[in-house]
Unconditional design. Structure first.
Length: 202
């Protein structure tokens, strides 16, 4: 195992997160005010996600949906536009007005910097799945759980939600097999234009 995989990746995660935090915090505060003015409910959305090795953790995002959105999910399953276990829906009626803006710009993901600090997540890695999605994985897909989940990944810079579920899984496994300092820096840099273009973001 390379020096980067043994500890260098963690050093990079913490260093870059501390560098970005002073800029991210004011954005989170402004977004929090907008969320409260736009719809009733908490600023943050908490959900159980699956991390490295199948360990579950409480995942934090800025709330982009109306309160009770998870309970309504079952009523919308027949409209699912994603393949496999994932659930994706263009123009999801549960998304608030402010939520649409946050999602387009990926600002709802900013609180996950906290998970990078605590070690539940990395800046780069497969996106953390829901437990019910993992339960429906084919055996080969479980390989994506071999590393910490991340804020961004190969899937994020190569089409996001426009990719099929199998393409998404294969890109995540490609990352698990290939990840290195050079690849992580490349993904971080390419995430900026991917987010700005908002391609596949919904």
């Amino acid at each position: 195992m390379s020096l980067y995989r043994r500890g260098g990746k963690r050093v990079l995660d913490v260093a870059l997160t501390l560098l970005v935090a002073p800029f991210a915090l004011p954005v989170i505060l402004v977004a929090a005010v907008a969320i409260k003015l736009d719809s009733p409910g908490p600023v943050f959305h908490r959900a159980i996600r699956v991390g490295r090795g199948g360990r579950k953790f409480t995942f934090l995002k800025l709330r982009s949906m109306q309160v009770g959105a998870e309970e309504l999910r079952g009523l919308l399953l027949h409209l699912n536009q994603a393949e496999g276990p994932a659930f994706k829906l263009h123009n999801d009626p549960r998304v608030t007005r402010v939520g649409k803006i946050l999602r387009k710009a990926s600002l709802d993901e900013l609180p996950q910097l906290w998970h990078v600090v605590t070690g539940d997540m990395s800046l780069v890695g497969p996106r953390p799945p829901f437990p019910e999605e993992v339960e429906r994985y084919e055996p080969w897909m479980l390989r994506r759980l071999a590393v910490r989940p991340g804020l961004t990944c190969l899937w994020q810079i190569r089409g996001r939600s426009d990719l099929s579920f199998d393409e998404w899984m294969r890109l995540d496994i490609e990352y698990v097999e290939r990840h290195s300092l050079v690849l992580d820096l490349e993904i971080l840099v390419l995430t900026i234009p991917a987010v700005l273009s908002a391609r596949g973001a919904y």
